[in-house]
Design a protein around this ligand. Structure first.
Ligand code: SF4
Ligand code: SF4
Length: 312
């Protein structure tokens, strides 16, 4: 049997999705029985020009993590789409923009102002900011352009499958690799996570779910058994796709939504706000949400109906 050719790539990401691949531990030995890893910048010394030289569609599956923040991210998304038969948006950044997408609350100018001038630890007496090209005596140095708006992978190129999570859950990564190896994949455009919400995997007991006020997790004496909503704490479980086994609610942390929108939910934040509105006992409850975007759109702003803040 011909071995699969697999690629992994990171665009605008923290690297956590790459660590998740390593977290499959000794199962990586099973993976290399059935697949050759032909491109993986974090682990293998292969250059972009080597990918450019590969015949089109010669990579069987590319797992692409990270959002599209720069010109380089966009170039690699297009190149890997061209070279891959199957492209998987891997992790919340590639699927929904994730925390990188919160940059859409500002634009390039504001982000540079903050990063290169305002942060307390920054000293920048010559007011240097990144430039796309710089002439030095040895020649010209180039940096990719930093875009105003963070995009998801599917807003940039055609994507075959989505495997969200921050990072994706290890059992779901293994199931996805098995499905790819056996050719038993769902229809194009599907999520490779389970078709249910985090609440469906959560053992916490749901009671009357009436929200009289909003509390932060440190303000309650959690009994580890009752749904967070019943304890007046916002939990993104109802609006979030499962696959993680409700790991966070099981250890005293409300779900923050990294699995992306639950099945049949098109806008994760709007779905959570709607759930909150339906159980709030008075309209002033919503005003108690300390950080509405960070609470409801932490992982999905770039892929939401809002997409980005309009800048004047
Ligand atoms: S999805 Fe989460 S773990 Fe993966 S790159 Fe983005 S921030 Fe990091
Ligand atoms: S809202 Fe949160 S705590 Fe409640 S059942 Fe769903 S995941 Fe569990």
């Amino acid at each position: 049997m011909n071995k699969l050719k697999i690629a992994f790539y990171w665009a605008a990401s923290c690297g956590g999705c790459e660590i998740a691949v390593l977290d499959i531990n000794e199962k990586i030995l099973d993976v290399i029985q059935i697949a050759d890893i032909v491109f993986w910048p974090v682990a293998i010394d292969i250059k972009y020009k080597d990918v450019e030289a590969m015949p089109d569609k010669s990579i069987d599956v590319c797992f692409f993590n990270g959002a599209i923040r720069t010109e380089e991210n966009e170039h690699m998304a297009k190149l890997l789409r061209q070279k891959s038969k199957t492209l998987v948006a891997f992790g919340s950044c590639a699927c929904d923009g994730c925390v990188i997408g919160l940059g859409n609350l500002w634009n390039k100018e504001k982000i540079f102002e903050r990063a290169y001038f305002e942060t307390p630890s920054t000293k920048n007496p010559r007011s240097v900011t990144p430039q796309t090209s710089l002439k030095v005596k040895e020649g010209e140095l180039e940096l990719p352009e930093f875009y105003d708006t963070v995009k998801t992978l599917a807003q940039t190129v055609d994507v075959d499958y989505f495997l969200s999570g921050c990072p994706p859950p290890i059992p779901c990564i293994l199931q996805a690799i098995e499905a790819i190896a056996s050719g038993k994949l769902p229809p194009k455009g599907s999520s490779l996570l389970p078709t249910k919400a985090v609440c469906d995997e959560c053992p916490r007991e749901k009671k009357d779910r009436k929200l009289h006020e909003i509390k932060r997790i440190y303000e309650i004496d959690d009994d580890f058994k009752t749904c967070f909503w019943d304890q007046q704490v916002i939990c993104m479980g109802p609006a979030t796709r499962a696959g993680c086994g409700a790991q966070c609610p099981k250890v005293n942390i409300p779900c923050t939504g990294c699995g992306g929108p639950a099945p049949r939910v098109s806008d994760q934040g709007a779905a959570a706000i709607s759930a909150l509105a339906s159980i709030a006992t008075n309209p002033s409850v919503i005003e108690q949400v300390v950080d509405p975007v960070g609470t409801f759109y932490k992982y999905s702003l770039a892929n939401s109906i809002l997409r980005r803040k309009m800048m004047k």
